[in-house]
Design a protein around this ligand. Structure first.
Ligand code: COA
Ligand code: ZN
Length: 310
């Protein structure tokens, strides 16, 4: 089996994770988390979203978070945006890039952004035209790429159709999102193989939620078909404001540990990620789903045994 030599991990906890937390996370702490994740070696961080503050009050401070960052030159700080107003706010705040999101099903897209899928795609096209010449990268997310909690399974044809529509309007980076965790290794491998075959010039990444414990299994299946970029969140934070029964993203430290154990580099200091996840866990006063946060890395276990045996 061949695996990529290097995997890029995109931290999405400060957006996907924070957005569903009912208790307001102070802006200073949000900034501390993003800075810590950047220092730990994560090269791209979805730092917040520029959405309606009425819809997601937790992220109403997105501009303040961007303004307070201790920016590192090789880290890209991005944001999710649902419309042109969000893109304008992101540019003004100094985001390096934005993610535009369209959901594969009409019901969910309407609940999420109040628009039909075609209307959302038209909005994305306008944003791509508007952003030309601006120092801000644009990528797109196809959400609910494997199934929808309102409409049922989503077929590969639908995902491929949306991918082609994004590519036709000029998108070159596409995130395929299993937003509520309905994918499995076979479907992930089949979908990603098809997309890479039909659109070889596009940089694909995967966004996986661990609702049924299949998150890392899906990662391995994707690695086997050549996918080398994955979203993850510290501690396994994450969820969905439209469907509260979902689970978090795969945890950044679990994904980095998986890669390390398989001989795949990530450039990430796992212990530094554990430290900030632990701090987040203490703030939220509940056990976060990350396995490595709970159990430690194998290296930490062996060091403990060596110390105890003396
Ligand atoms: N940032 C801040 N405010 C925004 C905004 C943005 N990107 N887009 C719209 N607004 C404001 C408008 O100015 C308006 O404010 P007002 O009532 O004070 O005049 C209000 O929100 C309603 O605007 P409208 O265009 O009618 O939007 P809507 O009520 O249909 O909501 C979205 C549409 C897209 C703004 C909203 O559904 C949303 O923010 N969704 C994000 C969902 C999300 O984050 N999901 C998780 C990630 S996938
Ligand atoms: Zn998500």
């Amino acid at each position: 089996m061949t695996y990529p030599a290097h995997v890029t991990i995109v931290e999405v906890g400060p957006r996907d994770g924070f957005q569903v937390e009912p208790v307001f996370i102070p802006t200073e702490f949000k900034i501390e988390v993003v800075n810590a994740v950047a220092r730990a070696g994560v090269a791209k961080i979805e730092t917040s979203s520029f959405v309606s503050p009425r819809f997601v009050p937790q992220l109403a401070d997105a501009a303040e978070v961007f303004a307070g960052l201790d920016r590192r030159p090789n880290t890209r700080y991005t944001a999710l945006v649902p419309n042109l107003k969000g893109a304008e706010r992101a540019l003004e705040a100094g985001a390096d890039g934005v993610r535009l999101v369209v959901t594969s099903t009409e019901t969910y897209n309407r609940k999420n952004v109040g628009m039909s899928v075609d209307e959302s795609l038209a909005v994305c096209r306008r944003i791509l035209e508007w952003v030309e010449g601006e120092p801000m990268a644009v990528e797109a997310v196809i959400a609910l790429a494997f199934g929808c909690p309102f409409e049922g399974p989503v077929g590969e044809d639908r995902v491929a159709e949306l991918a082609h529509r994004f590519v036709d309007m000029g998108v070159r980076e596409l995130s395929i999102a299993d937003s509520v965790g309905l994918g499995n290794p076979n479907r992930v491998a089949a979908t990603m193989t098809r997309l890479r075959t039909e659109l070889p010039e596009i940089a694909f990444s995967l966004h996986l939620h661990d609702t049924r414990g299949l998150g890392l299994a899906n990662v391995v299946a994707a690695l086997q078909v050549g996918i080398d970029t994955f979203d993850a969140s510290i501690g396994g934070l994450g969820g969905c404001p439209v469907f509260p029964n979902g689970a978090g993203n795969i945890a950044t430290e679990d994904l980095a540990n998986l890669c390390e154990e398989m001989g795949i580099s990530t450039g990430i200091d796992i212990e530094a990620v554990q430290a900030i996840s632990g701090k987040m866990q203490a703030f939220l006063q509940r056990q976060l789903p990350s396995r490595v946060l709970l159990a430690g890395t194998p290296g930490q276990l062996y060091a403990k045994i060596r110390k105890e045996s003396g």
